[in-house]
Design a protein around this ligand. Structure first.
Ligand code: 3H9
Length: 708
């Protein structure tokens, strides 16, 4: 028997135990071990019941995701789960941690489920672009009501043990040792002489109104999960459970699953699953380098960003001292934080006492000296080099030796900021995204002199506040904003060429961006980019059409949502309303500047914006600003609303084909302003070699390592 699965006896109860760190994923070894264990137990004399549990931190966390690309070696999931379900004596799952995906499907194939009170059950397959493919679509609606089963899988969110008990999924919830609890449960079954209770033999619960229910869910999914195939396919699979006998239902599930696993959507989501974990590995950084502890935080700037970052740390139980220049700014900042927490309380996601605990962790102060004890101080004032330098000089004077000083700049040269201190090795960029308490991304900017343990601390603190930290090097805009620049430049230019804001944003949203870029500008404030461009005027192209619409709106004070109008008008509920005056104004300006009126259509708008962004991404890789193509994908999907099901811009580029993108860029160079359409040398090289960003990344080994 494979050693990852062991069998032992406790009286007349057999204990089957899976031990395959880190998360007991159901890989080939686990499958083979389980099959062998249950086959042996079938014929073993004197076994009255079986408890199936896991060692380590969790019950099985799912199928081994790597196998979806390498192929599933026998025994297959169905075969293994059938061996469990066919057991002649009752099988009790002992669930602790998270029973996810294939792990939950194992639990469903068991005859009873005993859960630890901290356990959670979930089928998150849609987050991977697939459906539960080990019988989950057929067994779950036989254990909990059909609609609850559909909602659990559609949401991809695990449910707590108590809810599982309420719905009838868990037969008992225990605190303390779940194996002991399950053993006691099994003994009781044995004492009663209970036999197996096979899920497959039960009827689907709540099937009466199934037709209507599926119609509603399909309409809902078509609206909320646009451009995706797995959610609708999931509903087909669950409907098979209602319409077909169990074995035929399994066949339907299997056919759908086989179709989805190799599809682009699933490949893209798998790519992100691993990319989001890969970002933690920094080539060139020794595992010996340990992080500095971050137990007290300092923030400079009580504005939107400072407040949001403070909340992240207070949520993690870390005390925060917030310094600002005036009492009024501090009061306003603290009031905003409280309001944000109150909203969570009103929504029910936070208890009032938790809110008070978190508020108590925040100490406002007018005195920089109050930051003297902090382990990490993050400067979060507005984008202005002179101001940031002044603050860093002050911090250098008060912050204790060994503390780290971070800047939340989104565009500025961190080497220049660090140079005003006597400890540039303690300075790092920590670029949060607005709203900082919500957005999952943290760009960690490794400046020239940042010390290795400071970088490691930055990665660790990202984890501490439940963010995905991605390392970048210093350049204008780092990864995210630098790629955003050419993307938005094209969107802006299309307006001068006769496209309306709705057409531009519509094209980007049809592609799957969470929000069109013009609507994003309106939301963030049209002045933000404008002011940055003013600061960098000497570096920008000598082109009167460059971001001209943005400049015109600024000149008129049409600064977006906060002004009630920008690229669009806004009603009191901040709903976008097309503004013919803006359209006319920009068209007239386009004609005045002799911009060719191409009236670009959806495909052209998408290609121009996205290919300009991808080309810039290739440059970032050449320059070593981004360590990996997949890091760029993580930045864009977690910070910029790029659709996850397309895998991020660089993965998407590979799916289109770099040759096709390269040729289109050459065509744009002929037909549009050539100064913007020089293919990045890396893109050109890979395109001409018939290669991809993924292949380039795989072949790089330790090249591009952070030099420490
Ligand atoms: C499925 O089950 C389909 C079935 O229906 C059958 C269809 C036919 N596979 O996240 P962490 C690795 S689909 C392979 O940092 P945490 C992970 O890469 C699956 N590897 O830990 C990492 O490796 P490394 C449905 C996996 O404590 C290490 O384990 N299940 C898998 O923050 C630690 O992971 C899911 O979608 C896996 N399934 O979170 C659950 N899971 O250290 C996916 C983890 O080398 N997993 N790894 O980078 C999770 O959500 C989290 O890992 C979990 C732990 C919550 C379990």
């Amino acid at each position: 028997m494979a050693e990852v699965v062991s069998v032992s006896m406790s009286g007349d109860i057999a204990l089957v135990s899976i031990d395959s760190p880190p998360v007991n994923a159901m890989d080939q070894k686990v499958r083979a071990g389980l099959k062998q264990a249950f086959e042996q137990l079938r014929t073993r004399q004197g076994v009255k019941a079986i408890v199936l549990g896991c060692k380590g931190r969790t019950f099985v966390a799912g199928a081994d995701i790597k196998e979806f690309d390498t192929g599933i070696a026998p025994p297959g999931y169905y075969e293994v789960l059938a061996a469990i379900e066919d057991s002649p004596c009752p099988v009790v799952a002992a669930v602790h941690g998270t029973a996810l995906g294939g792990g939950m499907e194992i639990a469903l194939a068991c005859h009873y489920r005993v859960a630890h009170d901290g356990a959670r059950f979930g089928l998150p397959e849609l987050t991977l672009g697939i459906i539960p493919g080990a019988g989950g679509t057929q067994r779950l609606p036989r254990l909990i009501p059909l609609e609850a089963a559909i909602d659990l899988i559609l949401s991809s969110k695990p449910m707590p043990a108590a809810k599982a008990r309420e719905l009838g999924l868990a037969d008992a919830v225990v605190s303390g040792d779940v194996a002991e609890g399950a053993l006691a449960f099994a003994r009781e079954l044995a004492a009663r002489g209970a036999g197996p209770r096979r899920t497959r033999d039960q009827a689907v619960l709540g099937a009466e109104n199934a037709a209507e229910l599926f119609e509603t869910k399909r309409a809902q999914v078509a609206k909320t999960m646009r451009n995706r195939q797995s959610p609708l396919a999931l509903l087909d699979a669950i409907e098979a459970a209602v319409k077909l006998p169990f074995d035929q239902g399994l066949k339907a599930e299997s056919a759908i699953s086989d179709r989805l696993v190799p599809a682009t959507e699933a490949r893209a989501l798998r790519h992100l699953f691993f990319a989001e974990r890969e970002v933690r590995r920094i080539p060139g950084l020794s595992a010996e380098v340990k992080p500095r502890p971050v137990t007290r935080l300092g923030i400079v700037g009580a504005g939107t960003m400072g407040g949001g970052i403070s909340m992240c740390y207070a949520n993690a139980g870390v005390p925060v001292t917030i310094v600002d220049a005036t009492q009024a700014a501090l009061d306003k900042g603290m009031a905003t934080v409280r309001k944000n927490y109150e909203r969570s309380v009103a929504r029910g996601s936070l208890k009032p006492e938790q809110m008070e605990q978190r508020m108590k962790l925040l100490t406002p102060s007018l005195d920089y000296a109050a930051l003297g004890e902090a382990d990490l101080v993050i400067e979060a004032v507005y984008e202005n080099m002179a101001l940031k330098k002044e603050i860093f000089a002050k911090l250098d004077a008060v912050v204790r030796k060994g503390a780290i000083i971070g800047t939340n700049t989104s565009t500025l040269d961190i080497d220049e900021i660090a140079a005003v201190t006597k400890r540039p090795e303690d300075v790092v960029g920590l670029h949060f995204f607005s709203p900082a308490n919500v957005m999952p991304l943290l760009e960690i900017v490794h400046a020239k002199r940042t010390a290795p343990d400071v970088l490691v601390t930055a990665l660790e603190t990202a984890k501490q506040i439940k963010k995905t930290g991605v390392v970048a090097k210093v350049c204008y805009g780092f990864i995210g904003n630098r790629m955003m620049d050419p993307y938005a430049r094209e969107a802006e230019h299309c307006l001068l060429e006769g496209a309306t804001p709705e057409q531009v944003d519509g094209a980007l949203e049809q592609f799957g961006m969470a929000m069109g870029i013009l609507a994003v500008f309106d939301m963030a404030g049209v002045d933000i980019g404008y002011l940055t461009r003013l600061e960098r005027k000497h570096l920008l192209p000598d082109d009167p059409t460059f971001y001209r619409p943005d400049t015109m709106l600024n000149e008129r004070g049409w600064l977006g949502q906060k002004a009630g109008r920008g690229y669009y008008r806004y009603d009191s509920a901040r709903k976008r309303i097309p503004d013919p005056e803006v359209v006319e104004l920009l068209w007239a300006e386009g004609k005045r500047l002799k911009v060719e009126q191409r009236k670009p259509g959806t495909a052209e708008i998408q290609e121009r914006c996205l290919y300009a962004m991808i080309n810039e991404g290739a440059r970032l890789l050449e320059e070593g600003v981004a360590l990996r193509a997949s890091d760029i994908d993580v930045v864009y999907t977690s910070g910029y609303g790029f659709p996850r099901y397309r895998g991020g811009p660089m993965f998407y580029a590979d799916t289109v084909g770099l040759k096709a993108i390269y040729e289109r860029i050459l065509e744009f160079r002929r037909t549009l302003d050539p100064q913007y359409w020089t293919p990045a040398p890396l893109l050109e090289m890979l395109a001409l070699a018939g290669s991809s960003f993924a292949a380039w990344q795989a072949g790089r080994g330790n090249q591009g390592a952070i030099s420490t």
